[in-house]
Design a protein around this ligand. Sequence first.
Ligand SMILES: NC(=O)c1ccc[n+]([C@@H]2O[C@H](COP(=O)([O-])OP(=O)(O)OC[C@H]3O[C@@H](n4cnc5c(N)ncnc54)[C@H](O)[C@@H]3O)[C@@H](O)[C@H]2O)c1
Length: 451
Amino acid sequence: MNSDQLVHRTHHTHNEEQHDPILQPPQNKPPTPIRSFSTDPIRYMLREQRLLFVLIGVAIATLFFSAFPLTNPEPASSLSSPLLHDPTRDPAFESGSVLPTRRILLEGLGSMNVGGKVPLGLKSKSQRIVVTGGAGFVGSHLVDRLIARGDSVIVIDNFFTGRKENLAHHFGNPKFELIRHDVVEPILLEVDQIYHLACPASPVHYKFNPTNVVGTLNMLGLAKRVGARFLLTSTSEVYGDPLQHPQAETYWGNVNPIGVRSCYDEGKRTAETLSMDYHRGLGIEVRIARIFNTYGPRMCIDDGRVVSNFVAQALRKEPLTVYGDGKQTRSFQYVSDLVEGLMRLMEGNHVGPFNLGNPGEFTMLELAQVVQDTIDPNAKIEFRPNTEDDPHKRKPDISKAKELLGWEPTVSLRKGLPLMVTDFRQRIFGDSKDNSNAIANAEAASTKMFA
Ligand SMILES: NC(=O)c1ccc[n+]([C@@H]2O[C@H](COP(=O)([O-])OP(=O)(O)OC[C@H]3O[C@@H](n4cnc5c(N)ncnc54)[C@H](O)[C@@H]3O)[C@@H](O)[C@H]2O)c1
């Protein structure tokens, strides 16, 4: 093949109507002009199925723009196109309460509604949620509610104060997983939300296992890695022995940093600080709940918390031990009220902190009276010297939760205490083998009150 042929072949590759230069040697015909889009647009489009590709492209574009319209038929302020959602225009962002993370886009997609239909593949799916300390008192009730809502729940617990029995009714449910793990060690899981409850909560236990700081740090690390929303269960103990009454979230507290309770209250204060630092510095979505005294079924028996102490003592016909003069006050919230508040906080747009407690205030002697009325009117009261740094009064100001979460407790002490007594009686005297299921059913019924 000489150089003329080479030139000739190169030329013909642009025009298939020409003879194959190998089979038929080139003849001295004038070369056919190359047809391009600019010289002969119709023939150009009809060749090599170009028209078909163009039509397919037009069809795809039409489908796409009808599914995700760029123009907004609603008022501009409503930001109805979630793909165009500008997090900096979110009122929560403007108020500094929420920083943008990938969740803003995902949530927008989840709630997306186009012409009354949710586009295929964008339906809001159930969430995968970690509950640390989920085998404990509050955690197990929270797990019941999340599972009932249709979420997938992973419980992390080292069973320091929690019990598998609290969750036994979920074993075998494919949406439920239980991992024995100590939160002071890191763990990697793909989740959407983290409810961080793992922490010994009673004086008897927290003196021996202060997990607040390292556990919280690890869970914040997990939230950062996977872009999950993180809720910290802090405590009214951050107010210490308060000089302001009732306590609003704006009050900074009066805490002894080196006292016997400090591993708990200073630990929770540090946990709040870490949460806010991760939020402000790294954009992690955090929520902070300051929980006031909570009672209900599945509380640890004999763990030193006043309601469980009194109830167990009255059932066993032992004297009710009152520390100090019994005039110190506390407020007691039933566990289903707390769980409702925690879930509203997690799903809402506000970081907090939020007080979650029942503003009904009782002295210890008044509480003993309610326990006597409920269990045994002849129960005796025994006075003991008060414990160190015991706060004199405690009562939540819940105006902020009422206004921003639309939440307030609904179960009074006289209504909630008998539910707890039934559970304690069964556990102390072994009246029933399958108590967890009964409680879960009762909780499911009580959630209807909030629906
Ligand atoms: N119940 C209340 O009145 C109250 C009040 C204020 C704050 N809180 C907070 O709510 C949360 C739950 O309290 P609760 O009353 O259910 O207590 P709980 O003791 O019943 O539950 C705590 C759970 O955390 C687990 N846990 C403890 N340390 C752990 C660790 N290092 N790793 C993994 N799991 C661990 C325990 O085994 C238990 O299951 C706690 O963070 C507590 O500080 C509770």
